[in-house]
Design a protein around this ligand. Structure first.
Ligand SMILES: Nc1ncnc2c1ncn2[C@@H]1O[C@H](COP(=O)(O)OP(=O)(O)O)[C@@H](O)[C@H]1O
Ligand SMILES: [Mg+2]
Length: 295
């Protein structure tokens, strides 16, 4: 037992000198950590997140994608590549940071949170210190860290939402999806969320349909919750999305000129060049806040 603790102490010490290769950028650089969530399941979170990551990479951004959907972790299927380990495996002897990361298309990096993310809450301080120190190396490399969550209003999902610098809520124009998106916005506001909630309306037939949803949610969130909601844009209904999923080749790569690709690229541009966001706290800030929360 003592051996184990000693070894870990040594690993924590060594980790500050570890060979980080190309992931060093600058000490003060902090990634924007963004949680993508929805309320209702099946509205297109995972496909949106994967294709947003690739669109941001296409405009020279370094992106780390974290699959935090424990029940239906399927970022790997949409992305067409998988990881063997999750972050908890870092505590194993022969597993180091590069082992838990998969290099995806356009140089994006992908990490499966798996059950590892939730188990963080049960680790000793020393173990946590080691894992967070390792993962925090991404603050130097990444411009964006995108966290894809499961559906629903569980404590787990809400903790990801509350710990992030920014949150994106996705809905379709269906009334059930809108109601669940509102429930998520309400939970955010009720947990003292301070940032505006970013909204993406997926599977719209035309701009008018999307705008109606934006207007409705903006109005009720402001009137009943005092919560600001900002539209990031809409993504058109596009059967190429389904084709891409079937081919296990992300939409923006397999159908670069299709309408939904253009929509997602517009959103990536807006996120990068639109109104500046509050000072990001980075992945270290994200995990510290995440672990401070009620479980
Ligand atoms: N813009 C779109 N147009 C057409 N189909 C879509 C669109 N977005 C998502 N879909 C379909 O919805 C399915 C579920 O999407 P997914 O990203 O897995 O949802 P979630 O992660 O919210 O559960 C996809 O397999 C795809 O076929
Ligand atoms: Mg999903």
């Amino acid at each position: 037992m003592r051996d184990q603790a000693d070894k870990l102490r040594q690993m924590v010490k060594n980790s500050s000198r570890s060979n980080t290769g190309s992931i060093i950028k600058s000490n003060s650089h902090k990634a924007r950590v963004i949680t993508v969530t929805s309320g209702k399941g099946g509205v297109g979170k995972t496909n949106f997140t994967v294709n947003l990551a690739l669109s941001l990479a296409n405009i020279a951004q370094n992106v780390l994608l974290i699959d935090a959907d424990l029940g239906m972790a399927n970022v790997d299927v949409v992305l067409g590549c998988s990881t063997r380990y999750n972050m908890l495996n870092l505590l194993e002897d022969k597993v180091s940071l590069p082992d838990i990361i998969t290099e995806g298309p356009r140089g994006i990096k992908f990490m499966s949170g798996g059950s590892g993310i939730y188990e963080l809450a049960n680790l000793s301080n020393l173990e946590l210190q080691y894992i967070i120190k390792q993962i925090a190396l991404f603050d130097n490399w990444a411009d964006f860290i995108l966290v894809d969550t499961g559906a629903g209003l569980s404590r787990n999902v809400l903790n990801f939402v509350m710990a992030a610098d920014e949150v994106i809520v996705i809905t379709t124009p269906e009334p059930t999806a809108i109601t669940d998106a509102y429930a998520m916005i309400k939970a955010y506001a009720g947990n003292q969320g301070i940032a505006p909630v970013n909204l993406v309306i997926n599977r719209v037939m035309d701009n008018e349909e999307g705008q109606l949803v934006v207007d409705k949610l903006t109005k009720v969130a402001s009137r009943f919750l005092g919560q600001q909601v900002k539209s990031l844009g809409m993504v058109y209904e596009d059967r190429n999305m389904r084709h891409a999923v079937k081919q296990q080749n992300p939409l923006v790569l397999s159908y670069p000129d299709t309408i939904s690709t253009r929509c997602i690229e517009n959103i990536a541009h807006l996120m990068l060049y639109g109104n500046p966001v509050a000072q990001p706290r980075g992945i270290r800030g994200f995990f510290h806040k995440f672990l401070d929360m009620k479980w």
